[in-house]
Ligand binder design. Structure first.
Ligand code: FAD
Length: 382
């Protein structure tokens, strides 16, 4: 599919999380003049708060209401990550902390075991099919609890250090000749019914859970983007709390998941996550929630019981009703959106940048991209 419009030569990108940075860099690489705005310096949104799992496999076990092509999007992006990380590292000399799979999922109840089996069955034809591995669990991950009743090795699922990745993206952005970083909010204005894109040809909204709250001056009155296009009403906050503990002797080597709890070993710390709290724009952690996560992690991996807590934090995922991002042009001419990545924004950064740059710079929309466009979504709500 192609987009028949005059070419876009300059763009304001609003939000310098992993989505805004990745899109801004890809657009700048394709020759557009890009201004990248963030109201916080340094940006500390969901991209900073995440665990960095690159985990498409669980999206294959589609919950009712989930976008039917979300797994395909996640799987495509997971395959892009190794080269994307290599390119970023080569350009900046900064590691993204990318580690290829496998990761490990274990079950400690019949319900959890049934869920793992559904993931295994759905991916049995996949080139990176998960393998049931309970008999070899103590050899694959000696730190895992011996009371697991099922275990699945997930070769498709790796992880990255999202904070290191953000630093590398920011270093590239600062050095890019086509990209200007701007601190603050973009001065967007409506003039005679048309959006003036802060002096650019177009605007890309990549402001995470706050995308609908980006402000526009309409004849002296300040209005939120939700008033210009109801698609922005579809983005909601999903709070999440996490902690990091110090590395311990006999600690986990692999990313380990059980139920809603996951443990992600990084070079210098072990991340334990996460709560998922719909509608909560959390700014700080709650001691009970952090203590519960730590206890649950120790049930999965007993060596973590006495691991000193290094840090705890809260973040806000940009969610949508079908757990999939909104990627494309809104109902306002040359106003684009890339947000709503929910629990997969780190994973989905490479494919999001490609989809948005194909559309904005080259006027092209693949069949997969079209499935996530605003026009294809939530028709019953809008
Ligand atoms: C606890 C937790 C764990 C997670 N774990 C994972 C994981 O393991 N793997 C994974 O793939 N994903 C994970 N995620 C999800 C992932 O973090 C998000 O999907 C992703 O970071 C969203 O990126 P973003 O760039 O859209 O948003 P953000 O990183 O939130 O960036 C948005 C930016 O927009 C800026 N902004 C907002 N409004 C304005 C404005 N008006 N003007 C200018 N700037 C503005 C903000 O300051 C912010 O910097 C997790 C999220 C959380 C909270």
């Amino acid at each position: 599919m192609s987009r028949a419009q005059p070419p876009i030569q300059s763009i304001a990108v609003i939000g310098a999380g992993i989505i805004g940075l990745s899109c801004a860099l890809e657009l700048a690489d394709r020759g557009l003049a890009v201004s990248l705005y963030d109201k916080n310096d340094p940006p500390r949104g969901a991209s900073w708060a995440a665990a960095g799992m690159l985990a498409p496999a669980f999206e294959a076990a589609v919950e009712p209401g989930t976008h039917p092509r979300l797994f395909e999007l996640c799987d495509t992006s997971a395959r892009m990550w190794p080269d994307w990380a290599k390119h970023l590292e080569a350009e900046t000399g900064q590691s993204s902390g990318f580690v290829a799979g496998p990761s490990l999922a274990i079950a400690r109840s019949p319900e959890q075991a049934a869920f793992l089996e559904s993931v295994r069955k759905r991916l049995s034809d996949h080139s990176l099919a998960p393998a049931a591995c309970l008999p070899r669990l103590s050899e694959i991950e000696p730190a895992a609890t011996p009371d697991a009743c099922a275990a699945l090795l997930l070769p498709s699922d790796g992880h990255a250090d999202n904070r290191a990745t953000l630093d590398a993206l920011m270093i590239r952005a600062q050095a890019h000749p086509n990209l200007m970083l701007r601190h603050g909010e973009a001065p967007l204005r409506m003039n005679s019914g048309a959006l003036d894109h802060a002096g650019h040809d177009a605007t890309l909204i990549a402001s995470g859970w706050q995308s609908g709250q980006v402000q526009v001056d309409r004849g002296g009155e300040t209005v939120a983007l939700t008033l210009l296009d109801p698609i922005f009403d579809q983005i909601t906050a999903f709070g999440g709390q996490m902690l990091a503990v110090a590395p311990v002797a006999n600690g986990p080597r692999l990313t380990l998941r059980c139920g809603h709890v996951y443990i992600v070993p990084k070079a210098d710390r072990i991340i334990i996550g996460a709560t998922t709290e719909p509608g909560r724009a959390l700014t700080k952690t709650e001691p009970d929630a952090i203590a519960t996560l730590h206890r649950q992690a120790a049930e999965i991996c007993p060596a973590l019981a006495d691991a000193p807590v290094l840090e705890s934090w809260a973040g806000i995922r940009p969610g949508t009703r079908d757990h999939a991002p909104i990627l494309g042009e809104t109902g306002v001419s040359n106003l684009f959106v890339a947000t709503g990545h929910y629990r997969n924004g780190i994973l989905l950064a490479p494919i999001t940048a490609q989809i948005m740059a194909d559309l904005i710079a080259d006027g092209q929309h693949s069949d997969l991209a079209a499935a996530f466009a605003p026009a294809a979504r939530f028709a019953e709500q809008l």
